[in-house]
Design a protein around this ligand. Structure first.
Ligand code: NAD
Ligand code: DAU
Length: 350
């Protein structure tokens, strides 16, 4: 891994991955390519932006010519592909953006890698980061394994499933050296306040209603984002070509239980009376096609690569809340501009 290209490195998970690689692989160059959509923010990387082995390129992976020129200029031997439209609610409102970035953007990257690596495919690696949502929705029992058939049910998960299929097709058809992972819900610092945990932290600070979809009975498996970055590091180095690794936190929470825990922690940290934040809980119209439960069997990545999560949920939530309370300027910046328009459209009608 001499020249590592990371896509979507200004986003939530991407910024933690970029930081991890820049700090750990000081002898490698790390190029972060990001369009800087509403979800991408260079403020996420101010602590490492001056490092000699780090370079940022603003660009759109949907633009095939741009992607080819990027490969031409930086000659990556390793691609870690995270750039995506990532929010399920936005995919319900506007599916086409997800087709463009998640499907076309991924195929552009695959084409560029295939072209540039055709003479020397050895020691190259195209790592595609995907989601557990491609497996569909579980009932009360069972876990997603790498063998679970795909059953995507939202435009977001359908676009990610499509991109996963293209990545595997390039392995089988052209022998492109690929590896994939499918991860559960991440949380932690720098997550855009449209996703459950940062949205609710933001609303609790502002004493705004906490919009719980349906009855709050949906279950997600939560993983601290820095643990995901460590798993990505293990998989890109030692994952078997052509294979997929499921990554999860062994940490299932029913939404309403998680929200109550968050309310309790925030009341303590904000010095508010117990129960203050719970009083903000408001049940609203359910998300269309809302998947009931996701849960990951992460035994393959543990058995083959020795990866297990290291941050407990209590510790991770506490660190996350502390980060948002200490970074009110970050929160203010990302919630100015288009955010209020999005918020009105997403929640006022519910
Ligand atoms: P994010 O929305 O926070 O960040 C996405 C980044 O991609 C942003 O920086 C954005 O500017 C960039 N981007 C979007 N369109 C682009 C384009 N056309 N060209 C270049 N850059 C573009 O997303 P995230 O939550 O950090 O997720 C990162 C990846 O991990 C995604 O592929 C997502 O599907 C996957 N994933 C996320 C989770 C999760 O819980 N957040 C879990 C499993 C997998
Ligand atoms: O499982 C991995 C996926 O996790 C990633 O691939 C996605 O990129 C990521 O966004 C996340 O998807 P979810 O839909 O699970 O995450 P979200 O934070 O949007 O919602 C978590 C749960 O909380 C879900 O059951 C819906 C519910 N929810 C969410 C919001 C935003 C609410 O009840 N109210 C809300 O306002």
């Amino acid at each position: 891994m001499q020249h590592i290209l990371i896509t979507g490195g200004a986003g939530f998970i991407g910024s933690h991955v970029v930081r991890h690689f820049v700090k750990k692989y000081t002898g490698s160059t790390i190029v972060n390519v990001d369009k800087l959509t509403y979800a991408g923010n260079l403020l996420n990387l101010t602590d490492i932006e001056q490092e000699k082995n780090y370079h940022f390129v603003k660009g759109d992976i949907v633009d095939g010519d741009f992607v080819f020129s990027l490969f031409e200029k930086h000659q990556p031997d390793t691609v870690i592909h995270l750039a995506a439209e990532s929010h399920v609610d936005r995919s319900i409102a506007n599916p086409m953006a997800f087709v463009h970035t998640n499907v076309l953007g991924t195929v552009n990257l695959l084409n560029a890698a295939r072209h540039h690596w055709k003479d020397e495919p050895d020691d190259k690696r195209f790592y595609h980061i995907s989601t557990d949502e491609v497996y569909g929705s579980l009932g009360d029992e069972g876990l997603f394994t790498e063998e679970t058939p795909y059953d995507p049910r939202s435009p977001y998960s359908a676009s990610k499933a499509s991109s996963d299929h293209f990545v595997r097709a390039y392995w089988h058809t052209y022998g492109l050296p690929v590896v994939l992972s499918n991860c559960s819900n991440n949380y932690g610092p720098n997550q855009f306040p449209e996703k459950l945990i940062p949205l609710f932290i933001h609303n609790i600070i502002q004493k705004k209603p906490l919009p719980v979809y349906g009855k709050g009975e949906n279950v997600r498996d939560w993983l601290y984002v820095e643990d995901h970055a460590v798993a990505i590091d293990a998989i890109v180095r030692n994952g078997k070509l052509g294979e997929t690794y499921n990554i999860g936190g062994h940490n299932e929470w029913k939404n309403i239980d998680l929200i109550r825990l968050l309310c309790k922690i925030m009341d303590e940290k904000l010095g508010r009376n117990p129960g203050t934040s719970e009083g903000l809980i408001t049940y609203v119209k359910d998300r269309a096609g809302h998947d009931l439960r996701y849960a990951i069997d992460a035994s393959k990545v543990k058995d083959e690569l020795g990866w297990v999560p290291s941050v407990t949920f209590e510790e991770g939530v506490s660190k996350t809340v502390d980060w948002y309370l200490a970074n009110d300027e970050w929160l203010r910046q990302v919630t100015s501009g288009d955010y209020m328009q999005y918020y009105r459209e997403q929640y006022e009608e519910r």
